[in-house]
Design a binder for this molecule. Sequence first.
Ligand SMILES: [Mg+2]
Length: 250
Amino acid sequence: MGTAPSALGALNLMMRVFTDFDGPIMDVSERYYQVYQYCLSQASEPDQLIRVLPKAEFWRLKRAQVPERQIGQISGLHDDQARYFAQLRRETVHSRDYLHHDRILPGAIAALETMQTMQYDLVVVTMRRQQSLYPVIEQYDLGRFFGPDARYCLPDDYVKDQDVIEKTRLMAKAIAQLPPASTMWMIGDTEADIAAARAHDLPVVAVLSGIRDRDRLAAYGPDLIVNNLTEAVNAIQRATPCPPSRPFLG
Ligand SMILES: [Mg+2]
């Protein structure tokens, strides 16, 4: 007796991949570096000797999760200045003025296309606010991967709690609202992504193309650590060799 497609539909063999935006898809390092330089100039005295870190050194510190104040101190700021530097940086880094420094990561589009070919249900879960997500989705034509119902971000006027808490909350909302899936994965680049996945019992692949280095990611215990989105997709494919959304009908 053959299995009718409608019966297969009823089995709900949907494979869903949640992905973070910044880190797996977008490179925010230049934005963060520009904001660092701006805040350093604002927090220091005009005649003060400060050391503007080269971008590679700055980004290495960010990826090692060195606190902002400490980065200010390493750059030559006094304690009070470093405190102000950290506060100003927090207020500035997500402002629209700096978003144009972001770049899509090499290979990210191709990796998304691969998942689409595999008929994975793609959902983006990000701490970006709607006003800083939607224009970028438009700019890079990412709407073909993430329709309006597959975008989980923060409302523009939302006062954010810690990322670990917010991301877990946002994942809960996504899981509650989206149609059920038989298999779900999470891809992300920070402890917030790993915590959110763990809270909902999802396997999680951490990528090194974002704002945490291998040591930091390993400390948070993802299922896998890979270099980028392409490798994450390969890992997910290997773990689920037969795409559940396209069962072999014989
Ligand atoms: Mg991220």
